[in-house]
Design a protein around this ligand. Structure first.
Ligand code: XBP
Ligand code: MG
Length: 256
């Protein structure tokens, strides 16, 4: 039986990376007098590293041989990232990052049907609550039984830890759940936890290898704006993803 839906946030609930996280990192770098600028293409490469603090460290190590890290580099990364979170949440509070097609509809339907909703993300917890509040509904953080986010587990996606932690907290088996992801790293994390996973791609992830996903779609679709199925199961292509479709997908034999 399908009991819970577990959602990634960045790229899945909303297209937050290119015009949300990226400019927030750049604003933080400017604030600290650093001449670091992450353009759209470079940011796409940097997304291979999940976690904002981890991404900053990777950038310095790989792209800034000219930069001599200060003795308290760890503290600088934490401060930079704190500033980045401030810039990001301020942007989200303007409502500038709308939810992707079908997300609000599906969340309402699942909630009305009594399914458990949960979040499993690499991003910082305050980013999640800001997005839910300002792009979904003021009380939307309360719709989720669990928000598993950020540094709660040391190993970020593609490690399965955040999903395993969420399943443990929810007291559910992977077979009772479906996961929603947008990227290869996210899919690997969900599959590593044994979760059947629905992928909705975006501009940064369209060409990722999604082998192992149960379904790969352009988005969740709306009755007036159908989605397209991108994997080979063309005969099972919904115009939009609803709960009855998810129940069918969960029940189909095979693992995960
Ligand atoms: C999201 C991330 C995060 C965000 C930035 O990955 O990788 O690092 O880009 O968030 P996923 P923070 O969608 O797979 O969870 O700066 O708060 O870490
Ligand atoms: Mg994601």
């Amino acid at each position: 039986m399908l009991r819970a839906l577990l959602f990634d946030v960045d790229g899945t609930l909303a297209d937050t990376e290119r015009d949300g996280h990226r400019p927030a990192f750049n604003a933080a770098f400017r604030e600290f007098g650093l001449d670091w600028t992450w353009d759209v293409a470079l940011y796409g490469e940097l997304l291979a590293v999940t976690g904002g603090k981890e991404r900053i460290r990777h950038y310095v190590a790989r792209h800034r041989p000219d930069f001599t890290p200060p003795a308290d580099f760890d503290a600088l990364v934490v401060e930079l990232h704190r500033a980045k979170t401030r810039h990001y949440t301020a942007l989200v509070e303007t409502g500038a990052l709308p939810l992707r097609p079908g997300v609000k509809r599906l969340l309402h339907e699942a909630r009305d049907a009594g399914l458990i909703l949960a979040i499993a993300t690499t991003t910082t917890p305050e980013n999640v609550t800001a997005l839910l509040r300002h792009s979904l509904a003021t009380d939307a953080p309360d719709w989720f039984t669990l928000i598993a986010a950020g540094d709660i587990v040391p190993a970020k996606k593609p490690a399965p830890d955040i999903y395993l932690w969420a399943l443990d907290r929810l007291g559910l088996s992977a077979a009772e759940c479906l996961a929603f992801e947008d990227s290869r790293n996210g899919l690997r994390a969900a599959l590593g936890a044994g979760l059947r996973t629905v992928v909705t791609v975006n501009d940064y992830t369209r060409d990722d290898d999604f082998s192992g996903a149960h379904a790969v779609l352009t988005d969740l679709g709306e009755p007036d704006a159908p989605c397209t199925r991108l994997d080979s199961a063309g005969q099972d292509a919904p115009a939009w993803v609803d709960l009855s479709r998810l129940r069918d997908w969960r029940a189909q034999v095979g693992s995960p």
